[in-house]
Design a protein around this ligand. Structure first.
Ligand code: DC
Length: 225
């Protein structure tokens, strides 16, 4: 039987991963967090001693037999770097920077493409990222572009960071958010953009629960057709 794919793209802080994970659980689909894969390559590049900006050194890291794979335990995605579970190491501000750096490199995107497509070929997936509906799964049954205003996304991220005890100001978080949006939208390789056939869901004025309901309603409607 042909598998079903739901592609969710959008800028950082729109709630993609929380919403996609919950929706996948409700639908019995596999949640694939592609950002974690870029973060893992970022970790490998960092461990190899490559500094941010040293783009020309990335290819040799990929060529050194690098393997990124996904494993699921109790429905939770774990990402493996050459067999080592690095899921707990990739959610740091430094790895966000490395992920953003490596994600602009076409060879890195090409390197991950097959693994991502293979997951969608063999499982019903909800896959989130920046280029899932436009590049990775252009034939996905459902495409959603999940976004929110920079201010709403920065406010949520600011609260999250405060809860973790990090010393940041809302203004700094907003400035970072706007910079990351700009980098993601203007890079030459697979820039962030809404696929023509994607449904736009704007969560600026929605609670998390309302955002989840909005996304699941789009998915259910599309799958019923
Ligand atoms: O969603 P995230 O913050 O974990 O993503 C980390 C970085 O990877 C972010 O800078 C955007 C990039 N990314 C990408 O370019 N393409 C994807 N499909 C997923 C993430």
């Amino acid at each position: 039987m042909k598998s079903i794919a739901v592609a969710i793209d959008g800028p950082s802080g729109a709630g993609k991963s929380t919403i996609a994970r919950a929706a996948a659980g409700h639908l019995g689909f596999v949640y694939v967090d592609t950002g974690a894969m870029y973060r893992t390559i970022g970790l490998a590049v960092c461990r190899a001693g490559v500094q941010l900006g040293e783009t020309e050194k990335i290819q040799s890291v990929l060529d050194a037999g690098l393997q990124v794979s996904l494993r699921y335990q109790d429905g939770v995605q774990h990402v493996l770097l050459n067999g080592e579970d690095v899921s707990g190491l990739i959610r740091t501000p430094e790895m966000s920077k490395y992920a953003s750096f490596v994600s602009a490199v076409p060879a890195v995107r090409a390197f991950l493409l097959d693994t991502q497509r293979e997951m969608a070929r063999t499982h019903n997936v909800i896959m989130d990222g920046r280029d899932i509906g436009t590049v990775i799964l252009p034939d996905a049954e459902v495409k959603i572009f999940l976004t929110a205003s920079p201010e709403a996304r920065a406010r949520r991220r600011f609260i999250e960071l405060q809860e973790k005890g990090e010393q940041v100001t809302y203004e700094d978080v907003l400035t970072d958010m706007i910079q990351r949006d700009h980098d993601d939208e203007t890079r030459a390789a697979a820039p962030l953009r809404q696929a023509e056939d994607a449904v736009l869901v704007d969560t600026s004025d929605l609670t998390l629960e309302q955002s989840m309901e909005a996304v699941e309603a789009v998915v259910r409607r599309a799958l019923e057709d």
